[in-house]
Design a protein around this ligand. Structure first.
Ligand code: MN
Length: 245
């Protein structure tokens, strides 16, 4: 089994055929959503496809526009085993929305805690410290998997101490800073991701089965044969899901 723990299946031009190929390639895929109103339609893509798990999300860059959907979020949460994409975005173009982003993220974490905790795929671009602060304030929200984490080594240490896991993609593995972070992550908390269709692999949009390329890059960084890295990530995924659902 190979693992894509953060992919926007519903945002490909041809989501149904991608979902079928994911199943054919046996890619364990976390299909994240960016709005609560997209959840049901996206979950329908996974019907009869046990490799695909659908996550209920509200993307921080849509926090202002979609904060009215928090009611929908809460009503869907009991049937969603996974949450994402949620978190905070510190990019300068989103600076005006930071207070609302934080309100929305705190609401999400509170709701997850009320439901007994969820595995959560977390966005923290440009905001690693505040994202970790929000998570630390709600340890009962569940298990955070930091997606495409680009904080400092000190931020990473805080995340590790909080019990966070990490989903790592090709862009992270393509920079010295990213590789250094990955080398400092506990190997038993690392998953692979594409963040498709928003990233590229070999010049085209990334599809979940392209995590084979991610695994080759990860294997080099953690100094393992590719087959061992693949086995490691597969086992990590199995352990995570066994604890989650
Ligand atoms: Mn994403």
């Amino acid at each position: 089994m190979i693992v894509d723990f953060h992919c926007h299946l519903d945002l490909y031009p041809e989501p149904r055929s991608v979902a079928q190929e994911v199943e054919d390639h046996q890619v364990a895929t976390l299909s994240v959503t960016t709005t609560p109103s997209a959840y049901n339609g996206t979950a329908a893509l996974a019907a009869g496809k046990p490799m695909i798990k659908t996550a209920l999300g509200i993307h921080p860059e849509l926090a202002v526009e979609r904060s009215s959907e928090l009611e929908i979020f809460d009503s869907l949460l009991p049937k969603a085993d996974f949450v994402g994409e949620v978190g905070l975005d510190g990019s300068s173009r989103n600076s005006a929305s930071r207070p609302v982003q934080r309100q929305v993220f705190d609401h999400v974490l509170r709701s997850c805690a009320r439901e007994g905790g969820r595995v959560m795929s977390i966005h923290s671009r440009g905001a690693p410290a505040v994202t970790l602060e929000a998570l630390a304030a709600r340890p009962d929200a569940g298990l955070p998997v930091l997606h495409w984490f680009t904080g400092t080594p000190k931020n990473l240490k805080t995340a590790i101490d909080l019990g966070c896991w990490f989903s790592v993609g090709l862009p992270m593995l393509s920079t010295d800073k990213g590789r250094e972070l990955v080398r400092s992550m506990p190997v038993d908390r690392i998953l692979t991701e594409t963040d498709g269709p928003f990233t590229t692999t070999s010049g085209g949009p990334s599809y979940p089965w392209h995590v084979t390329t991610t695994l080759e890059a990860l294997a080099q960084v953690v100094a393992l044969p590719t087959t061992d890295a693949r086995q490691l990530v597969s086992q990590n995924f199995t352990n995570l899901v066994a604890g989650a659902v």
